[in-house]
Design a protein around this ligand. Structure first.
Ligand code: PLP
Length: 233
């Protein structure tokens, strides 16, 4: 990415970038059923690379920081049909902004955050799709609900009537083998089923699977995969 002074060089670099990202995306799409939504996680990448992904058909981008979404939205104003997915831990002081600028928030990871969203949504007149972040394997390094806590919080969550809750999101702990990974994804799918049977019929989306484990997640029923490095690195 040096030498951007020379327009000819810049074009060549852009063509290389575009080709690389397009071929990564083609390879990835061949392994994904058409019903699974691919969210291209762009948190470590430039807007130039995002433009290349956009040109190759990507409309869903995932970011883990609100500040970065805001900045990239400014720079990509000419691409108005992007769907912006917040996938990172959300601090309380960023909730209002997150609801204002994101189309999806995958990382509703605690009751207080859900309640805050519920309070702000009416005044913002904007209600992004939300996923509850859950942990089906114990993992002190990750945010999110363990099952028991979620079931305990369920009555309070059900009172948050402004929330557009559409699914569950999970991130695997490090170091699982393939069988264990499949088990955790499958348990997440079963939890969604249980929530539906308890009357939460809108919980149909399963946001699970990243570059290293998306194929396993798809086998277990993922409806969205969040893939970054396999596209952009
Ligand atoms: C970074 C990130 C991803 C993408 O990870 P890759 O391994 O680069 O595909 C997916 N989900 C979340 C929550 C992330 O933070």
């Amino acid at each position: 990415m040096q030498n951007i002074e020379n327009p000819a060089t810049e074009k060549i670099i852009d063509a290389e970038l575009s080709d690389r990202i397009a071929s990564r995306l083609n390879a990835l799409r061949e392994t994904l059923p058409p019903s699974v939504k691919l969210v291209a996680v762009s948190k470590y990448t430039s807007v130039a690379a995002m433009r290349a992904a956009y040109a190759a058909g990507i409309r869903d981008f995932g970011e883990s920081r609100i500040q970065e979404i805001s900045q990239k939205q400014q720079e990509l104003q000419d691409l108005p049909d992007i769907t912006w997915h917040m996938i990172g831990h959300l601090q309380s002081n960023k909730v209002k902004q997150a609801l204002s600028i994101c189309d999806w928030i995958h990382s509703i990871d605690r009751l207080s955050l859900a309640q805050q969203c519920d309070r702000f949504i009416p005044e913002l007149k904007r209600s992004p799709k939300l996923c509850l972040q859950v942990k089906l394997a114990h993992d002190p390094d990750k945010f999110g609900w363990e099952v028991e806590q979620l079931l305990a919080d369920l009555p309070t969550l059900l009172q948050c009537q402004n929330l557009n809750l559409v699914g569950l999101m999970t991130i695997l702990p490090l170091g699982l083998d393939e069988t264990q990974a499949y088990q955790v994804f499958q348990d997440t799918a079963k939890l969604a089923e249980k929530l539906r049977s308890l009357g939460w019929t809108n919980i149909t989306e399963l946001s699970m699977g990243m570059s290293g484990d998306y194929a396993i997640a798809v086998k277990a029923g993922a409806t969205l995969v969040r893939v970054g490095s396999r596209i952009f690195s």
